[in-house]
Ligand binder design. Structure first.
Ligand code: SF4
Ligand code: SF4
Length: 474
């Protein structure tokens, strides 16, 4: 097994591969300190949040459900269907622009603190390694020694834990896409009854096991599209994990004894803890995921040699050059305006969204018919209604004319009194509206309202305009 030599890092390729592109394994040292403590708290919170969220219900629906198969989406109480494309577009736009904004201001804070890749590798998989095998030196030694019963036993226990963790993560991940209730139901049946989901589950588990257990931060360096884009999203006003060369250089060993030396004692502690195998003293690099491990490692060294902490710290490029950093750069301004526009559009669409959508179409026959009823003339208009239930629940929709119009003897004739609509379903029904010619009067037309009431709760009430037409009376 090829193992990283942290004092001789390559400058023409990532440290996790050799000249032939073969894997070089990195065993980062564990670290303690200010940022480590906060990252542990954030990781615990995010892992619990990820595992628990599919089981939380808001308004009777899963808090976050992205059921692509059934085209059902539920996001913190808001329910959408695939035909709500504008809303889904604005949510995706919000997430994309939000991430660009966060990167422009705080660099790769998402990678170091929020990305599931980092959170699970750092918060679960690497902890198992420290627990079962020991320190990074013990891990490196075990990797180098030939196979023995002891090595086989330790690695078997480790990979069994990796597999259990991968299965738990895969089940929770799938719960977001098929629904937690359905997932529980499926686990109680023979896998052959839901073999597609079973295969998908096996595949996701294998991918997680491979990625979090073996591939690790190579994903961030080689495959993650956001990781590759981050250099164009940041500038010298973005806050990143940075080494202060003004304070640190010339480092120990680069000056003759007696000459003025910087604070860096060239101990390589910051390199030893780096999970991507880089030397932060070489400046901002694509491989840096902003995990803050090197900050804590260096602070510990500074404390020991009685120098101020912060030789490696969160800082902007400008700040390191002695130039005052600006928060509101043109880039941040543009992202802010776009974010405000997207959030406003999202709020507008959500506020306009109705549980029931009704489209009123005039019947294809004559615009109106005049009939005799008990010696009285009556006009009849024919309409086709398309009614869509935009919720996930079954609705019973009842139509009614407001009293203003029933008093004027306007009458609704429908093939059914209430329309039962499954969640997300459409229904088309034909209705006739009878009225005396006086209603449309001399103009030959009149706009009236038609009420649609959800009989389950009597709350969902929408009004639709209906234009009645009849003969022009003198
Ligand atoms: S350079 Fe520092 S912050 Fe960047 S990945 Fe390495 S240890 Fe983490
Ligand atoms: S941990 Fe600090 S002192 Fe040690 S090599 Fe890194 S920057 Fe220099």
């Amino acid at each position: 097994m090829r193992v990283i030599d942290q004092r001789n890092l390559p400058d023409d390729r990532p440290a996790s591969m050799d000249e032939q592109g073969r894997r070089v394994f990195i065993f980062p040292a564990s670290v303690s300190g200010f940022w480590r403590r906060y990252r542990t708290i954030v990781e615990i919170f995010l892992i619990i949040f990820f595992l628990v969220l599919p089981w939380i219900k808001i308004g009777g629906h899963q808090a976050l459900l992205l059921n692509i198969g059934d085209r059902q989406f539920s996001i913190f109480g808001l329910t959408f269907w695939a035909h709500d494309a504008p809303l889904i577009f604005f949510i995706l736009a919000f997430l994309t622009i939000g991430l660009a904004f966060v990167t422009a201001v705080w660099g790769r804070i998402w990678c170091g603190w929020g990305c599931p890749q980092t959170v699970f590798i750092d918060g679960v998989f690497r902890r198992f390694e420290y627990w079962i095998i020991g320190s990074h030196i013990q891990q490196r030694n075990l990797a180098k020694v030939p196979w023995s019963i002891k090595k086989f036993f330790k690695l078997s226990v480790l990979w069994t834990l990796f597999l259990i963790a991968s299965l738990i993560i895969a089940h929770s991940f799938l719960a977001y896409f098929v629904g937690a209730d359905r997932l529980v139901e499926m686990t109680q049946h023979n896998p052959t009854e839901n073999w597609t989901i079973f295969v998908v589950m096996g595949f996701i588990t294998a991918v997680i096991l491979f990625d979090f257990g073996w591939f690790r931060e190579q994903f961030c360096i080689i495959m993650c599209p956001y990781g590759r884009f981050q250099s164009v999203l940041m500038d010298d006003d973005s806050v990143t994990v940075s080494y202060d060369p003004v304070r640190g250089e010339p480092r120990k060993g680069q000056v003759e004894s007696g000459e003025q030396q910087g604070d860096c004692i060239d101990c390589y502690k910051c390199v030893a803890v780096c999970p991507t195998g880089i030397d932060i003293r070489e400046g901002l690099q694509l491989e840096c995921i902003g995990c803050t491990a090197c900050i804590d490692a260096c602070d510990e060294v500074m404390e020991k040699i009685d120098k101020p902490k912060g030789l490696i710290r969160y800082a902007t490029g400008n700040c390191l050059k002695g130039i005052r950093s600006k928060f509101l750069t043109p880039r941040v301004g543009i992202y802010s305006v776009l974010l405000i526009a997207v959030v406003s559009a999202l709020i507008f669409f959500v506020s306009q969204r109705q549980d029931i959508v009704v489209t009123v179409l005039r019947g294809k026959d004559n615009p109106y018919q005049v009939v005799q009823n008990n010696g009285q003339e009556q006009v009849i208009n024919h309409f086709k209604l398309q009614i869509k239930n935009q919720t996930f629940d079954e609705l019973n929709v009842q139509m009614a004319l407001p009293k203003t119009w029933t008093d004027k003897k306007v009458e609704l004739v429908s093939q059914t009194e209430t329309i039962a609509l499954e969640g997300g379903m459409n229904s088309t029904i034909h209705i006739f509206i009878k009225f005396p010619p006086s209603v449309t009067g001399a103009s030959g037309s009149e706009n009236i309202k038609l009420d649609f009431i959800d009989t389950n709760n009597d709350r969902t009430r929408i009004e639709e305009n209906v234009k009645l037409v009849g003969p022009k009376s003198i």
